[in-house]
Design a protein around this ligand. Structure first.
Ligand code: EPU
Length: 338
């Protein structure tokens, strides 16, 4: 289905009301193949979007956006210890998590309530509370944007990193994700080592997969704004990685600074803490602001433009650079001129 001159308001969680010349919404794999085989007939540039929960448009989109509405959740394989479950890329992420938790399949519960669709989970390698999509993704089925051919990438081939994958690097914008296959445990080993999670679960009673989901939902609701009510794209910045010596010097100066050992040997700092220390939490410039409970989240109070949100993010980056000598990297992808 091709829409012309369509509003993007419901295709980005910032709620920005720009327009796209064309938006192709894909409902089946066959439709994706037949449209992309004829790629040359599509107005360029062609850009693939997911649930729009990690995008910042700065103006109308001249060209074609492609978006998956492929539905369907299937149990592909059942083994004594695990199941392989696949979901169409257009399935709402949290609906998928809920279904799996209700079936007693473990692995996704820590990723509850993350906005967006299943198709974005491998692209972004979404993560929360000690789990990343890479820990449970078995393979990813994609259609090539240039010729409509279908292929499957194994977990390794996806080259997952922190909020990163091959789909954001060499394969950027070259594939439309069709289905994602997850390996979930029928005998779940729960991951509860994220501080506030254990406290919240103990308030709910026993440790089980439903309570883990509920605890994550409660924590996220208490800290993060619901995009349906207040436009936002979750964490706007990535947590920066710094060298050990640099981190030690900062710890001498700022005793409460949160830090985490990273498998790379570097130290991961909390971008939210850094932004908060610069005094930004709860600040507002026009209709663009920083959430009052979480300095990592930029919000659109109503009528902010994408450029205003971008400019605010640049001011924040500058102040973190001036105070700490750290250059924050955006997690959100900016689409359009700035
Ligand atoms: N902090 C502050 N002030 C703030 C925000 C945070 O001092 O305004 C401190 C907290 O007290 C804590 C530390 O910074 O000591 C880390 O904060 P938090 O636990 O809230 O987690 P985060 O590092 O800010 C990351 C992910 C989230 C994910 C949570 C939970 C990134 C960029 N963000 O946030 O992911 O939900 O951990 O695992 O990695 C997203 O990607 O959109 C997202 C929300």
């Amino acid at each position: 289905m091709i829409y012309k001159n369509i509003s993007l308001k419901k295709y980005n969680t910032f709620g920005l009301d720009y327009k796209a010349d064309n938006l192709i919404s894909i409902k089946t794999e066959e439709e994706a193949i037949s449209i992309l085989k004829e790629n040359r007939k599509i107005d360029q540039p062609l850009f693939v979007i997911g649930g729009g929960s990690n995008l910042l448009f700065t103006g109308d989109y001249k060209g074609t956006l492609m978006h998956s509405e492929i539905e369907g959740i299937t149990i592909e394989e059942e083994h004594p210890e695990y199941v392989i479950v696949s979901a169409g890329s257009g399935v709402n992420w949290d609906k998928f998590v809920e279904r799996c938790v209700n079936n007693g399949f473990g692995g996704l519960e820590n990723l509850s309530l993350i906005p967006g669709s299943v198709g974005a989970s491998p692209v972004q390698n979404i993560g929360a509370y000690g789990i990343e999509a890479k820990d449970i993704i078995e393979k990813v089925r994609v259609v090539s944007v240039s010729d409509g051919s279908v292929s499957e990438l194994t977990n390794n081939e996806c080259r997952f990193g922190y909020r990163n994958s091959i789909f954001k690097e060499e394969f950027k914008n070259r594939f439309l994700v069709i289905r994602v296959y997850f390996r979930l445990s029928t005998n779940p080993i729960l991951k509860l080592d994220y501080g506030s999670l254990t406290d919240e679960i103990s308030k709910l009673g026993g440790v089980n997969i439903r309570n883990v989901r509920q605890a994550v939902v409660n924590i996220r609701r208490s800290k993060l704004p619901d995009p349906e009510i207040l436009g936002n794209a979750g964490s706007f910045f990535k947590n920066p990685l710094v060298d050990k010596d640099f981190a030690n010097a900062l710890r001498e100066q700022y005793h409460g600074i949160p830090f985490y050992d990273d498998p790379s040997g570097k130290i991961k700092l909390a971008a939210g803490w850094l932004v908060d220390q610069c005094g930004w939490k709860g600040k507002r410039i026009g209709d663009a602001g920083i959430h009052e409970k979480q300095a990592l989240v930029l919000v659109n109070y109503n009528n902010a433009t994408g450029k205003e949100i971008f400019d605010l993010s640049e001011k924040i980056r500058q102040s973190v650079s001036d105070k700490f000598g750290i250059e924050l990297e955006r997690e959100v992808e900016v689409i359009g001129s700035i």
